[in-house]
Design a protein around this ligand. Structure first.
Ligand SMILES: [Zn+2]
Length: 484
């Protein structure tokens, strides 16, 4: 593919591009889903194409093709250059890219079992077994079990001397049971909602969660919720499990720190941010959370959905603090935006959805670092609290400041003991106040990475994947049980 990459770059630069990059991508995807024992989606798809991005007269141009041959690459480069020339007529200033190292490299997701070599019978067989357990009780009206696998092979080249080959493998599985009765509908999911958990790894993820072993519990909890009391209202100590914490990180830290939103370039999908640059002038730094809060971006962490060798600027993946001991440190940047926050280099957060989209600022893997607590000790230390597990709903304002989130199940904690479950648990807060109320985080033994596979952004819309790591975490005096 190096010859094709060279053809694209040569075509673009000979037409006057001062900068050019090309990404040739082969994307393979497989979905297997069962709904009430019947296959609802068994599909596999393959796509192949090239996207060419250029700077001409100080402005961006981009075009893509699903024909990777000499003639198509040339005409695609011509279109990208023509778009850049048109854009240059209305530019406010020239695009300037921060420097980066030129590299020739190959990067592959480490995995043990190739998910595309596991038979459909084996995949369906496991989902069928799960379905049988979930629908053993008549209250369960909808049981959904699914698996998804993707393999993305990318060839990247730019006119600054980089040529990078990446081979990424993503796998995931999960299920949910919806119970109906007592005038109510309740859902429980495992290992998390919205399609299960996904990681950059092979089929071994399916074995890493005890999918079968948890099916009975999940089914019975969905049914129990039908007659459980409503979540109490008032201020409580709130303990979030990993999956709910992941969504909290995603919405109130992830999107808030995408620098394009901060700069006002991007305003779709609740798109601005309160995390303005001037907040760094606060004496001692801007306090994003309590001293326990360390939020680390890391596209090198094993298993993360955004774990890559290089982003789509060809910048090497790195690990950096967004919040360190509660103080805000950094935003997510691209080569273009990094200089606006006095960064010499981009921290590698520019990613595109496939070959046919231009890269945009994306949340990387972003995790709350583990603390010292064992889960049992955390519960024993909580007098009047509620544990909320697995996300059910979310709402956050466009500045990423005020939010309300709902979970599938709540567990009441009284004087250090779990005393029962409640339904429709939810909580609300304000981003820095909420993270400021964090007073205890469980240790590494309770920590896992939780994948987001449907992060929507941009116009035309793009979807991206990333993971958020977390262990059960306590926040003091949070407003819970919001009605109406
Ligand atoms: Zn998102």
């Amino acid at each position: 593919m190096k010859a094709e990459c060279n053809e694209a770059i040569d075509a673009a630069t000979s037409l006057g591009a001062s900068y050019a990059d090309v990404r040739i991508i082969n994307y393979r995807k497989e979905s297997v889903a069962l709904r009430n024992g019947t296959p609802s989606n068994i599909s596999s798809s393959d796509s192949f194409g090239a996207g060419i991005r250029v700077i001409v007269n100080g402005a961006w141009g981009f075009a893509s093709t699903n024909q990777v041959d000499t003639a198509s690459l040339k005409s695609t480069a011509e279109r990208a250059v023509a778009i850049a020339k048109a854009s240059a007529q209305v530019k406010k200033q020239d695009v300037l890219l921060s420097p980066k190292e030129a590299v020739e490299d190959i990067w592959c997701t480490p995995f043990t079992i190739d998910p595309f070599k596991v038979s459909l019978e084996d995949k369906l067989g496991l989902l069928m077994q799960i379905d049988t357990i979930l629908r053993k009780k008549p209250e369960i009206k909808v049981a959904v079990a699914n698996m998804q696998f993707a393999r993305e092979k990318q060839w990247y080249m730019d006119n600054e001397g980089s040529f990078i080959v990446q081979d990424l493998v993503r796998s995931g599985a999960g299920y949910s049971a919806t119970a109906v009765g007592n005038g109510d509908v309740q859902i429980r999911s495992y290992p998390q909602s919205w399609g299960g958990n996904h990681k950059c790894m092979g089929y071994e993820i399916v074995h890493s969660y005890d999918l079968l072993g948890n099916a009975e519990r999940i089914r019975d909890e969905a049914i129990e919720l039908l007659s459980a009391p409503e979540c109490p209202s008032g201020k409580k100590d709130l303990i979030l499990d990993g999956p709910q914490l992941a969504l909290q990180i995603h919405e109130s830290v992830g999107h808030a720190n995408e620098l394009d939103r901060v700069l006002g370039f991007e305003a779709n999908y609740a798109g601005r941010s309160f995390m303005l640059r001037d907040l760094h002038n606060t004496p001692g730094g801007f306090k994003y959370g309590s001293e326990h809060v360390n939020l680390v971006a890391d596209c090198t962490v094993p298993g993360g959905l955004a774990t890559i060798g290089y982003d789509d600027d060809g910048v090497r993946a790195e690990r950096f603090h967004v919040v360190q001991n509660g103080i805000h440190k950094d935003w997510f940047t691209t080569r273009e935006t990094a200089p606006t926050v006095d960064r010499e280099h981009s921290n590698g957060c520019n990613r595109a959805d496939g070959f046919s989209n231009i890269p945009i600022t994306r949340i990387p893997n972003l995790s709350l670092m583990p603390g010292e607590w064992s889960y049992d000790d955390l519960i024993a230390d909580t007098k009047d609290g509620i544990i909320m597990e697995v996300n059910k709903s979310w709402s956050i304002d466009q500045m990423r400041l005020n939010f309300q989130f709902g979970a599938e199940i709540g567990r009441v904690v009284k004087d250090g003991k779990i005393t029962g479950i409640v339904k429709n648990p939810n909580y609300q807060g304000n981003t820095p106040e909420f993270w400021g109320a964090c007073d205890a985080i469980c240790n590494q033994d309770h920590w896992d990475l939780w994948g987001v596979i449907n992060c929507g952004k941009g116009q035309p819309g793009q979807t991206a994947e990333m993971s958020h790591g977390g262990a059960p975490t306590r926040f003091k005096g949070i407003e819970v049980g919001i009605r109406g």
